[in-house]
Design a protein around this ligand. Structure first.
Ligand code: BDR
Ligand code: CA
Length: 317
């Protein structure tokens, strides 16, 4: 699979890159950073750092500096001041490529129609900008997998929204409205199942390889945040699960439903909304929440043991 990665590294974004690097059937063609966990320029340098650690050299462009319609907010309180739990280390050897992440996405999609899969692991600002630049983007991509949203479960950064959609609700709603024909949403419904425990972390800690040592350091910081929240040694692998589901859709079950994003709620801005009533236009009930949009495949039940096994193996090398 040939992949364009859009990301805000971010601890779990970094782990997703490491996961992908270990998969024979995954080729990261290009990377774009986006504001989110850290500012977009910081995220681009972190992406370069992690790619260099795993021996990959795709072009990395800097993406949107801020959301479409609200001020920039970042999440260093989860991911550390440098976005990598304080373990970013020295600057990368390589430098960022020219142009923006949205321009890069449009250029590559036009050059390779129907070939590329987009994996979006941060706020969807770059994807929304790319659709504005090229409205045919949905038909130029092979498929799209998004980590974001909470459909039938509580949010994380607010009671209703996950961090990626909270950081740019307008962009997320625009993407759902764009008609991507093969769009999979790996939201908190799925990723909250993808938690590692103290035993898993201890086993990784005992593996003596550069990748495992780096991953252990990242998870140590990230785990402190989650362990404090959940009252047990644990952390949640949101972005790696989205990467894994992109490569192997059998890792989860799905519900197909059109989606929207709440843009005006005082408490619910950024919440995923859907109309699950069994109504048709003949019922003369006003349609709402995503009506008329192309359905999204929402990941639900995850094969957690298989995913965690794959994840562990990918960090061993
Ligand atoms: C998402 O938000 C970010 O903090 C993570 O990197 C992940 O992409 C989870 O809500
Ligand atoms: Ca992310």
């Amino acid at each position: 699979m040939r992949i364009i990665l859009d990301t805000d590294p971010g601890v779990d974004d970094a782990l997703a890159i490491m996961y992908l690097a270990a998969q024979e059937d995954a080729e990261i063609v290009a990377v774009g950073s986006v504001h989110g966990n850290v500012p977009a320029p910081v995220g681009a340098l972190n992406a370069l750092r992690v790619l260099e650690l795993v021996g990959l050299t795709p072009p990395v462009t800097v993406g949107a500096a801020r959301p479409l319609a609200q001020p920039l907010q970042t999440a260093e309180f989860v991911h550390g001041d440098d976005g990598l739990g304080g373990h970013a280390g020295p600057p990368p050897t390589g430098s960022v490529a020219p142009g923006s992440a949205a321009e890069q996405l449009v250029r590559l999609a036009r050059a390779h129609p129907g070939e590329l899969t987009l994996l979006a692991l941060g706020p969807l600002t770059n994807i929304a900008l790319a659709v504005i630049l090229e409205p045919e983007l949905p038909s130029l991509l092979r498929s799209v997998v998004i980590m974001g949203g909470a459909v039938n479960v509580p949010g994380n950064i607010t009671p209703y929204a996950d961090a990626n959609f909270f950081h740019d609700p307008e962009a997320a709603d625009l993407v759902f409205d764009s008609g991507f024909p093969d769009l999979t949403l790996v939201g908190l419904d799925a990723t909250e199942q993808a938690r590692v425990n103290g035993e898993w972390l201890a086993a990784l800690n005992s593996v003596d390889s550069p990748r495992a040592r780096f991953a252990s350091r990242l998870l140590d910081h990230y785990g402190q945040f989650y362990s404090h929240m959940f009252g047990e040694v644990t952390c949640t692998l949101h972005d790696p699960l989205a990467a894994a589901i992109m490569l192997d859709q059998n890792l989860a079950s799905y519900r197909e439903i059109p989606l929207g994003v709440e843009l005006t709620g005082t408490h619910t801005r950024g919440q995923v909304v859907s109309d699950r009533r069994m109504i048709s236009s003949d019922d003369h009930i006003p349609a709402t929440a995503g009506a008329g949009r192309v359905p999204v495949k929402v990941a639900e039940k995850v094969d957690v043991p298989r995913f965690l096994d794959q994840m562990f193996k990918s960090l061993q090398g």
